[in-house]
Design a protein around this ligand. Structure first.
Ligand code: PLP
Length: 412
């Protein structure tokens, strides 16, 4: 790459003002994604942000006035959301292993919808709601019997901890419907993610609609709300092409319109639940080269942040064959040679890029790892080898703000 990247002026400023390692999140890019999603689906879907993808408190606060819902998967995420100004009624609570104490706190806080993932969980939630003297709104998560090809991660179509198997739903649902302190307001499906193929997204939503229709008709449910786990992916690697969102939306819009025209669903709100597609590409991880060494013909750039800060980019978060995230040296320059970029940890697992074609590297250079806005810092083992936490910077219209989170911010 000869020219500097379009975000390099801002990234260089962050690196010099705040130091590295650092995460940088560009809110204008998230704003664009929100607008693109609303336009592509003609406003059919409300948006529900999966806090797990990036629960930075200031990012949560920024999102709270821009999208409708927050999906939490632990009581810690609920606490973060509440502190960031999200009303509990706008939250849904997913997750396969909710503990009684979490259920009690979420129900006590007035969580909007509990996403029930098993009959066992429903029975416990019913007892806890009864003890609290409340009737809790719930949605039942269903795990479809198939997920189309093209999804990097699958949570259904095989034995799964997530949701009630579609094959068992007709037997299981009545047991949940019989619970007096739970009120079913809709259904939830999140079957897979990291899909870049429009036709696969369409097929997935087609499966969802057919399951929703079948279950609602068989059990005479007139749902208030149906949640579609979006599945939309981001192009992590050099050869990935970004998903064509318009093509995906165009391929399914007529069927969604027909679905919504059915009397049973005419008053139903639809929501897309997603994380990475909203915030992934809006973030960079900046890591600075502190040491350069040659070893047996390989040049190493040793960086101040590695897998302790960004486990997914190191390839240790479910990647079968290591592939480098897209990355560049801030400031551009003529590609010179391949280097291995590693982090500061005492383990060969700590690699940020293997054989990366870069300009001649020097101590003090900053590497920007792309697609780092989701599943970055909080998907990483930050305590391992006790380095300081990286900074987190929110870029709002050219203004950089330090939004570094504090360890311990999940406390009650
Ligand atoms: C229930 C649920 N909702 C939403 C998400 C967000 O997925 P993504 O960030 O891929 O959009 C996940 C991811 O695992 C999930 O499990």
């Amino acid at each position: 790459m000869l020219e500097a990247h379009e975000d390099d002026a801002a990234l260089a400023r962050v690196a010099s003002d705040f130091g590295t390692p650092a995460y940088v999140y560009f809110t204008d890019k998230i704003e664009q994604r929100i607008a693109d999603l609303r336009a592509a689906f003609g406003g059919r879907f409300a948006l529900s942000y999966a806090a797990k993808s990036n629960p930075n408190p200031e990012l949560l606060r920024w999102l709270s006035s821009r999208i409708e819902n927050l999906d939490i998967s632990s009581i810690g995420e609920m606490r973060l959301g509440l502190r960031a100004g999200w009303e509990p009624e706008r939250m849904s609570f997913t997750g396969p292993g909710k503990r009684d104490a979490e259920l009690a706190e979420a129900i006590g806080n007035g969580v909007g919808e509990l996403i029930v993932e098993s009959v066992d969980e429903a029975i416990r939630a019913d007892r806890i709601a009864a003890e609290a003297g409340s009737v809790q709104r719930i949605m039942v998560r269903i795990a479809p019997d198939r997920v189309p090809k093209g999804f990097g991660d699958q949570m259904a179509g095989r034995p799964s901890a997530f949701g009630v198997d579609y094959e068992a739903i007709h037997e299981e649902l009545p047991k949940i419907l019989a619970l007096r302190n739970l009120r079913l307001i809709g259904l939830h499906i999140y079957a897979g993610t990291q899909c870049l193929v429009p036709e696969a997204i369409c097929e997935n939503y087609r499966i969802f609609m057919s399951i929703f229709s079948d279950v609602c008709e068989r059990h005479d449910i007139w749902p208030e709300k149906l949640v579609f786990g979006s599945g939309l992916g981001v192009p992590y690697f050099e050869n990935d092409a970004p998903i064509d969102l318009k093509a995906a939306a165009l391929g399914i819009r007529k069927e969604i319109d027909a679905f919504c025209a059915l009397p049973r669903f005419a008053k139903t709100d639809l929501a897309l639940e997603l994380g990475r597609y909203l915030v992934g590409e809006a973030g960079y991880f900046l890591t600075g080269i502190t040491t350069i060494k040659e070893s047996r013909g390989t040049r190493f750039g040793i960086c101040d942040g590695g897998m302790n800060n960004h486990l997914p980019a190191s390839g240790n978060f479910g990647m079968v064959i290591h592939r480098n995230y897209r990355m560049h040296r801030v400031g551009g320059g003529e590609p010179a040679r391949k280097v291995n970029l590693v982090g500061p940890l005492c383990t060969p697992l700590d690699r940020i890029g293997v054989g990366v074609q870069l300009p001649e590297i020097a101590i003090g250079d900053v590497i920007a790892v792309h697609n780092s806005g989701a599943y970055g810092l909080t998907a990483s083992p930050v305590y391992f080898i006790s380095h300081e936490l990286p900074r987190e910077i929110l870029m709002e219209g050219g203004q950089a703000r330090d939004v570094t989170r504090q360890l311990g911010d999940l406390a009650r």
